[in-house]
Design a protein around this ligand. Structure first.
Ligand SMILES: Nc1ncnc2c1ncn2[C@@H]1O[C@H](COP(=O)(O)OP(=O)(O)O)[C@@H](O)[C@H]1O
Ligand SMILES: [Mg+2]
Length: 366
């Protein structure tokens, strides 16, 4: 029935009929108002929204008691790609993902996921999405297989189908050997893989990954990145949150930089890096206490203020004057008797972008 109705609505809109006229025509044809209301009310694509957007967020705000976690956020997520929400702890990433996954109501604003409104059509929307949480939602006492089986049953798969899907996922995520052990014996990396597998039981079109690799060792992180890449190749759309620049750089086709509930920049990793422009000069001081003095001495070669970090002894400064400044920088530090353990002139990284935009680092590099 839904196909017939949506097809009619599409044509009626094309001919300029209003929602009221469409409702009247459909009820005259024998439909009950409550059966068709949500199809009629489903908003047409907003002006400026692109056809390949699968998630569209328009002016979403979220106020907890005293905290404004999201402040008028608007963004679009492209179908079949990886989009990253990059930002430090407390930026509002989890809040936005929970709103899009229909687990939390926004204070104001609108969002659609796969054409469905997150506030008015949560039931339908849930069957299209998967969510792997920042805090893995698997049962410790059960085995990996039992966990996946249980999720299958929650999605009303028949027992045989649920079992088959569990076996398939255990294989795909390299968990076959550990499949029948309680999850409490799993490593961090295995748990994350199981959590991700659980979010895929119902073959979601859209997958939300909230900090999928936070706290993992580099090898497990790398494995998970490959799994995510494979899912995207198979056509899944991924929206992931991360506080790791490198993760966004490696995985994301498009990055939204979020801080204090605001989108402060967006683009591909390369576009964001270009915003910093030029090169970055990096000094590693042998004596960490020398950073402020060193920063003062090199200041005039920079395009912006040098950032001195006395805890790691590193001074970072954007510059567009090229390698010719290196000799002069070394000479000056030498005559002030400040010892260098390293000096590097490099292309900007996403860390530099974040530093430039916010004046502070993310937790991962502080
Ligand atoms: N349930 C809640 N009640 C009150 N404040 C909250 C709640 N959840 C999150 N916050 C606050 O909202 C802000 C955004 O949090 P969150 O979305 O978890 O950020 P992130 O996931 O980027 O770390 C933070 O200041 C956080 O303290
Ligand atoms: Mg979070």
């Amino acid at each position: 029935m839904s196909h017939q109705v949506t097809q009619y609505i599409k044509e009626a809109r094309h001919h300029g009929l209003t929602n009221e006229q469409i409702m009247k025509a459909l009820t005259d044809a024998g439909w009950q108002a409550h059966e068709i209301l949500e199809f009629v009310l489903e908003p047409p694509r907003p002006a400026g929204a692109s056809a390949d957007a699968i998630i569209s967020v328009r002016g979403i705000s979220k106020q907890y008691d005293k905290t404004k976690a999201l402040d008028n956020i608007s963004l679009e997520v492209k179908r079949g790609a990886v989009t990253a929400l990059l930002g430090p702890n407390g930026a509002g990433k989890t809040t936005l993902v929970r709103i899009l996954a229909t687990l939390l109501l926004p204070t104001s604003g609108e969002a659609t996921v796969n054409g469905l409104n997150v506030v008015t059509q949560p039931q339908k929307l849930r069957s299209a999405i998967g969510l792997a949480g920042q805090y893995a939602a698997v049962d410790e006492v059960l085995s990996g297989r039992e966990n996946l089986d249980m999720v299958g049953q929650l999605y009303h798969l028949n027992p045989a189908t649920a079992k088959a899907r569990a076996a398939e996922l255990l294989k795909q995520f390299d968990l076959e050997d550990a499949a029948d052990r309680p999850v409490k014996t799993y490593s961090g990396g295995m748990r994350r893989r199981l959590d991700l597998a659980a979010s895929l039981v119902n073959h979601p079109k859209i997958l939300f990954l909230d900090e999928p690799t936070t706290g993992l060792d580099p090898r497990s992180r790398f494995t998970l990145w490959n799994v995510i890449r494979e899912l995207v190749e198979e056509g899944t759309t991924v929206l992931l949150t991360t506080q790791y620049m490198e993760e966004a750089d490696q995985l994301a086709n498009h990055i939204f930089v979020i801080d204090h509930g605001h989108i402060i920049a967006q683009g591909t990793a390369n576009e964001l890096k270009k915003q910093v422009g030029g090169d970055v000069l990096e000094l590693h001081m042998t004596n960490h206490d020398d950073v402020s003095q060193a920063a003062e001495l090199i200041k005039e070669f920079g395009d912006g203020e040098p950032q001195a970090n006395s805890s790691n002894g590193i001074v970072i400064m954007p510059t567009s004057q090229g390698p010719s400044i290196l000799v002069e920088v070394v000479r000056r530090l030498d005559s002030a008797q400040l010892k260098l353990s390293d000096i590097i002139l490099r292309r900007p990284s996403l860390d530099d972008v974040f530093m430039k935009l916010t004046g502070h680092g993310t937790q991962s590099n502080e």
